[in-house]
Design a protein around this ligand. Structure first.
Ligand code: PMP
Length: 303
């Protein structure tokens, strides 16, 4: 992998190779970190970071859940994100702010210093170059999401991603493009790192935050764009078999953007390709970056 030249760590831009941390850092052992994934898009008026402030607000919410005191303000983290993109010459498309318990104690409740970094790199298409147009084949994972009141699904915390890693690796091992997890209730939850939308009779149905999922910013953007375009959106509990019955299915997330799903568990979904509602949502979403969808929401934040 080709790494970018610069990274932001604890208040300063430094060369990538110098952004190191101690092997006895708390987060490395216990997953005690919170982070964000944010995309930067080229637009007619220059590079723009998509919902930078909303993402970093969620970083603070995740930190609040885990009592991680981030020693910088929201404005400072926003500025660090802009700074690291610019330092790398606007050649990257993805930002990764992370705050983690560092070196300073080995007990589970240790009050260690909190270290913060903001990395950026070129991600490209997360689920493959063809995924956005041709769609992917997904499977329901044998791994469920965490049960309520165990690990909080609403925090974007490092430790949570052991769940997503099991789901994603199992799916790839079995030859699928991505895995979909059920909640401990047996109802649909979300993809390894993506939220889900099912389409029935032209209406969008998405699983509720009570289904052990991350309240995705892409999910929220789609709900807003779809409703503003006159489409119906319903947040509701959905049983697994609806994956096989729906007219269209797609997953969404900062990395996956809007990825159609053409089959689940080897069963064709709808026509087995991106359907009209999925394509309309892609148009509305990607239109924000080429200007065909007006940004009425202040979501594009200039670098
Ligand atoms: N669920 C999980 C588990 C995720 O990791 C992500 C990616 N952050 C999402 C959903 C989608 O969230 P967002 O649209 O905010 O990227």
């Amino acid at each position: 992998m080709q790494y970018p030249q610069w990274i932001w760590q604890n208040g300063a831009i430094k060369p990538w190779a110098e952004a190191t941390t101690h092997v006895m850092s708390h987060a490395l052992h216990y997953g005690s970190s919170v982070f964000e994934g944010i995309r930067c898009y080229d637009t007619a008026s220059g590079p723009a970071i998509f919902r930078l402030t909303d993402h970093n607000r969620r970083l603070y919410l995740s930190a609040k859940i885990h009592e991680i005191d981030i020693p910088y303000s929201l404005d400072e983290i926003n500025a660090a994100c802009r700074e690291v993109i610019a330092a790398n010459g606007n050649t990257t498309d993805y930002l990764r702010p992370v705050a983690y318990r560092g070196l300073g104690g080995f007990g589970l409740s240790a009050e260690t210093p909190v270290d913060v970094a903001v990395a950026t790199w070129k991600m490209g298409k997360y689920l493959g170059d063809e995924a956005l147009s041709s769609g992917i084949d997904a499977c329901v994972s044998s791994w469920q999401r965490f049960a309520p009141n165990t690990i909080p699904a609403g925090a974007k915390a490092g430790g949570n991603y052991l769940s997503g890693t099991l789901v994603a690796r199992e799916a790839r091992r079995l030859g699928f493009g991505e895995g979909i997890a059920l909640a401990s209730t047996g109802l649909l939850s979300e993809g390894a790192g993506e939220n889900l939308f099912l389409v029935f009779d032209g209406a969008l149905h998405t699983t509720p935050v009570s289904a052990a999922l991350l309240n995705g910013i892409t999910r929220n953007s789609i709900i807003t764009l779809a409703r503003d375009a006159g489409l119906q959106v319903i947040e509701r509990d959905l049983p697994r078999e609806y994956l096989y019955l729906c007219d269209e299915l797609f997953m969404c997330g900062t990395a996956a953007e809007i990825t159609p799903i053409r089959s689940v568990d080897g069963r064709q979904v709808g026509a087995g390709k991106a359907g009209p509602v999925t394509r309309r949502i892609q148009e509305l979403f990607f239109g924000l970056f080429d200007g065909s969808t007006p940004d009425r929401y202040g979501w594009l934040e200039a670098v």
